[in-house]
Write a protein that binds this ligand. Structure first.
Ligand SMILES: [Zn+2]
Length: 515
């Protein structure tokens, strides 16, 4: 059955009666409670300083008006008919293309966003400055010299330094991951090139990425601290096509900077087989030449792009939908994160057209430079100021491709779980499961989440996302318009309910160490 057919069946059978009872927060989830929240949380009367047995029961779960839930059904249907998100994505990928932070494409994307927000009649459009690194990729090549000469498909990791013009030549030492490297005997990689060969697992929730990516982010500096002179990784991606996946590394200032590249999965397989020759004594070493012409230039200006749909009676409170505007440079970033940009803009626009109108202000933030260090996300709270951060009632982010959304999770005060539960009931017919109350929501939301801002987290299906992520193949051809429509429907409904529920919304316990 196609996804579309599945929706049609579900849409016909969804009855409003399903909303009559607010469901409790999911069993087993360590749902943060309003009482545990710091600062602005409304404590029950008499709770402060009273003996434990005198604490009254927590306030009952909030309810959403039937009128709101009824119009949300219309919002879902409208989103499933709308082509707005795909049109925006087509425009961004055609008229702007690659938009690596610090490049002319990045600035063109800021101008594009301003133009589109204006055309779509958003208010308070602004582009606060964000300073971003400027890294020039140059060229990279990776050749096996022995035992069996081969040229391999490679990309420099983002931020890598260059090599001397002639490249560097050294034997490789193959390890699975960082712990395996650290378990090697003293001196094992001195003067050598470390090959991180761990393979990323394909999963629906994208968790395989988090497990594999340490080789890319921390691997180069850890290898350097052990005396290695270069790093090559198996691409952090699930494609078996001969394409390399780039992505940023993170040099640690305590270790020398060494060049680092990724090779495609099939090339990594080949290199692994060549390494097997050492075991049977057919070869003495696997030696390679690594050449990179990347370099750093001075930091430059970029910008976050912010636009709003003003609310009615709760206009000072915000529901933020975020995505990141920058992309990697080998392609147009259709999935990462053009899709998220399109989902955020289209969902906000659909909510703007609702009747009743959204009570809270809907704010779309297209963050600068997520890929190369979260520059926009990190500067956003400081730019806005503490008082403004407290205005954020709920935040959402789309940064895992075009979808579809398969689960609706959250991190909200327990009393507000009905926002999540009702939203999920409205999109259950689109194949969306109810998740837990421990979601993170995404990288660009980190600085807000760490300050206790509640998060709604529609989870995009990442099963095939990492086939194209950070590759030359992240193009519009990889985007399914019906997935985009379904994702917009879920984001729009979650946003609308978040904009309509009574407040004030308490903060969650502040955890500066949280992801
Ligand atoms: Zn992304």
């Amino acid at each position: 059955m196609t996804l579309r057919a599945l929706w049609a069946v579900g849409i016909a059978s969804l009855a409003l009666g399903a909303f009559a009872q607010p469901a409790p927060a999911p069993a087993g989830a360590k749902a943060p409670t309003a009482q545990a929240a710091a600062g602005s949380a409304p404590l029950p009367p008499g709770a402060a300083g009273a003996p434990a047995e005198a604490v009254p029961p927590p306030p009952p779960p909030i309810t959403l008006p039937r009128e709101v839930l009824q119009s949300a059904i219309g919002l879902r249907e409208e989103a499933l008919r709308s082509n707005l998100a795909f049109q925006l994505l087509e425009s961004l990928t055609t008229e702007v293309g690659p938009r690596l932070a610090g490049t002319p494409g990045d600035l063109a994307a800021v101008a594009w966003s301003r133009r589109k927000f204006t055309e779509l009649e958003f208010s308070n459009i602004r582009t606060p400055e964000v300073i971003v690194p400027q890294w020039v990729r140059g060229e990279a090549s990776f050749d096996v010299l022995a035992p069996f000469p081969q040229n391999m498909v490679t990309l420099a990791l983002g931020g890598s330094i260059g090599t001397p013009d002639a490249g560097i030549v050294a034997p490789i030492v193959m390890v699975r991951d960082v712990p395996a490297l650290q378990a090697l005997p003293e001196g094992a990689v001195r003067g050598k090139i470390v090959f991180f060969n761990g393979r990323m697992q394909r999963t629906r929730d994208g968790s395989g990425y988090g497990k594999a990516v340490r080789s890319r982010t921390e691997g180069p500096s850890i290898a350097a601290s052990l005396g290695a002179i270069g790093v090559v990784i198996r691409s952090i991606g699930t494609s078996n096509n001969r394409i390399a996946h780039t992505g940023t590394l993170s040099y640690n200032i305590s270790a020398p900077r060494i060049p680092a590249v990724a090779i495609s999965n099939p090339d990594a397989d080949n290199l692994e087989r060549q390494g097997a020759q050492l075991n049977n004594g057919a070869a003495r070493e696997v030696s390679v030449r690594l050449r990179v012409t990347a370099r750093d230039l001075p930091q430059v200006r970029s910008a976050n792009v912010i636009a709003e749909i003003p609310g009615t009676d709760l206009t000072q409170e915000l529901v933020l939908i975020g995505a990141h505007l920058d992309s990697w440079d080998p392609s147009v970033g259709a999935q990462d994160d053009g899709a998220g940009v399109a989902i955020a803009m289209a969902a906000a626009k659909l909510v703007a057209n609702m009747n009743p109108k959204p009570r809270r202000t809907i704010r779309v933030v297209l963050f600068a430079n997520e890929e190369f260090g979260l520059s926009g996300a990190n500067s956003y709270p400081a730019d806005e100021g503490d008082a403004s951060v407290d205005r954020h009632a709920f935040v959402l982010e789309a940064d895992l491709g075009d979808g579809p959304v398969w689960k609706l999770s959250a991190r909200v005060p327990e009393r507000y779980w009905p926002v999540v539960d009702n939203a999920q009931k409205l999109v259950k017919s689109l194949g969306v499961e109810l998740g837990d109350n421990e979601a993170s929501g995404g990288a660009d939301l980190g600085p807000l989440r760490r300050r206790g801002v509640p998060v709604l987290a529609p989870q995009l299906d990442a099963t095939t996302y990492f086939d194209v992520h950070h590759t030359v193949n992240d193009t519009l051809a990889q985007v399914d318009p019906s997935h985009l429509q379904q994702s917009v429907a879920v984001f729009a409904i979650a946003t609308y309910l978040a904009a309509m529920v009574d407040g004030p919304i308490p903060r969650l316990p502040v955890d500066p160490a949280a992801r």
